[in-house]
Design a protein around this ligand. Structure first.
Ligand code: GLA
Length: 374
C-alpha cells in the first residue's frame, strides 16, 4: 500500500511538473448575441499551439511544427469574430445537432414527423441555420495528465432548429503533449432526438493560405463509400471504392483523380462524400480513419475516431472570394476537411448506424487529429 501511495505521489508531482509547462492564455474576442466571447491559446510542452474561441467552439489557429521544426498555422480561419458570424463555411467549428445533411429536412421519431430548418435547398445541413457552430458556449480551461485544453458546455433547447428534446452538451478540446488535438463529445437528452456531432476544420498542412491541398497525400481506411444524389443525399448504397477515384486505401495525392470523368465527383464538384470506415464490427474503439501527408513540409496528420464514417471534403466551395486571417486569399481547394461522423441522412436511413439518442443514454464519442513529421 505504502508503495502504491509513493507511486501516486510521484505521478502527481510529475503531472504538476508537466502542467507547469503547459500554458493557457485568455483574451477577449468580441461580442456575439450580447455575450462576450474569448480566445484561448493553449500551448503544450513541445510548443505546439492551439487557439480556440467559445463562439461555435471554433479552432481559429493550430500551429504545428514541420520536419525542420518550423511552426505554421495549418487551419483556415479569420482574425475577427464578426467574419465567423457572417460567413457560412464552418471554419474550425463544432457541428450539430446533426452533422451533414438530412434529406428533405425531416425525419420521423416515435411515429412523429419533425421538420428541421432547410438551409441548403430542400435539405438541412450541419444542424440548420443556427447550428452549434453559431452559438456561444460556456468555456472552462483545464490541465490534466495528457495536456491542456477547454471544456465547452451548451444546452440546446427543445425545438431548436426543429429538433426535439433538450440536449445537454459537453465538448472537450485537449491539446496533448503528443501533439494531438483531441475532441471528446458528450450529450444527453430528455426526449428522443438525433445527435451526430462533428468537427469542421479546414486543414492545409503546408500552412493556411499557402496553395491548394491537391498535392497532399491521403489514405482513408474505408473500402466503401456512400454515393449521393444531385442534392448530396446518400442513395443508401454502400459502394465499393475499388476501381473508382474514391479508392484511398493506399495513400494517393488528393489531386491525382479529382478531375476524372466520374459521376460522383461531378455531382459534388470534387470530393464531398462519406466513407464507411473498415472498423471491426461493433467496435467503438479509436480507429485510424485517415492519414494525410504533406510531402514538402513533412507534416503528417492521422485522424482517429470512434465514429462509423468520415466525410472527406476537398474544399470545393472555396472560390477565391475569402481573405483569411493572414491576408491571403483562400482559393478553390485551399483546404480540406475530414469530418468524422455517422453517415449523412442517417435519420432517414434505417440501415445506417443509428443517430437516435434516447433519454437515459449518453452520446459519447472521440476524435483525435494527431500531428507528426516524416
Ligand atoms: C461539408 C459538406 C459540404 C459543405 C461543407 C461546408 O463538408 O458535406 O458539402 O457543406 O461541409 O461548406
Amino acid at each position: 500500500m505504502a508503495g502504491e501511495k509513493g507511486t501516486m505521489a510521484i505521478t502527481t508531482n510529475r503531472i504538476k511538473e508537466i502542467n507547469e509547462k503547459i500554458e493557457i492564455q485568455k483574451k477577449p474576442f468580441g461580442t456575439v448575441d450580447g455575450r462576450s466571447v474569448d480566445l484561448y491559446t493553449v500551448s503544450n510542452i513541445n510548443g505546439m499551439e492551439m487557439t480556440v474561441t467559445n463562439y461555435g467552439c471554433i479552432v481559429t489557429s493550430l500551429k504545428v511544427p514541420d520536419k525542420n521544426n518550423i511552426h505554421k498555422d495549418v487551419v483556415l480561419g479569420y482574425n475577427d469574430v464578426k467574419s465567423y458570424v457572417d460567413n457560412n463555411y464552418y471554419f474550425g467549428a463544432a457541428i450539430g445537432r446533426c452533422g451533414n445533411r438530412i434529406g428533405g429536412a425531416k425525419f420521423t421519431l416515435e411515429g412523429k414527423e419533425y421538420n428541421v430548418t432547410k438551409n441548403e435547398g430542400p435539405n438541412s445541413l450541419h444542424g440548420g441555420s443556427k447550428g452549434f457552430d453559431k452559438v456561444v458556449w460556456d468555456a472552462e480551461a483545464f490541465k490534466n495528465e495528457t495536456g491542456g485544453g477547454l471544456e465547452f458546455s451548451y444546452v440546446s433547447k427543445d425545438g431548436e432548429e426543429g429538433f426535439p428534446g433538450t440536449l445537454t452538451l459537453k465538448i472537450t478540446y485537449t491539446l496533448t503533449n503528443n501533439n494531438e488535438f483531441r475532441i471528446d463529445y458528450f450529450a444527453t437528452t430528455d426526449k428522443q432526438t438525433i445527435c451526430n456531432l462533428t468537427h469542421h476544420s479546414y486543414f492545409n498542412l503546408n500552412g493556411e493560405g499557402n496553395g491548394d491541398i491537391l498535392g497532399h497525400k491521403l489514405m482513408i481506411n474505408g473500402s466503401r463509400f456512400t454515393p449521393v444524389d444531385s442534392t448530396l443525399i446518400p442513395t443508401g448504397e454502400l459502394k465499393s471504392v475499388e476501381g473508382t477515384p474514391f479508392n484511398f486505401l493506399k495513400s494517393v495525392e488528393i489531386g491525382a483523380r479529382i478531375g476524372s470523368d466520374d459521376k460522383q465527383l461531378k455531382l459534388a464538384e470534387g470530393y464531398d462524400h462519406n466513407w464507411v470506415l473498415d472498423r471491426p464490427e461493433g467496435s467503438k474503439d479509436l480507429f485510424l480513419a485517415a492519414t494525410v501527408i504533406e510531402p514538402e513540409s513533412g507534416r503528417c496528420m492521422d485522424v482517429l475516431t470512434r465514429e462509423p464514417g468520415v466525410q472527406f471534403y476537398s474544399g470545393n466551395f472555396l472560390d477565391g472570394t475569402l481573405i483569411g486571417k493572414s491576408g491571403r486569399v483562400y482559393k478553390h481547394r485551399y483546404g480540406f476537411c475530414l469530418e468524422t461522423q455517422a453517415y449523412p441522412d442517417s435519420p432517414n436511413k434505417p440501415d445506417f448506424p443509428t443517430t437516435v439518442l434516447k433519454p437515459g443514454e449518453t452520446y459519447k464519442t472521440t476524435t483525435v487529429y494527431r500531428f507528426y513529421n516524416r
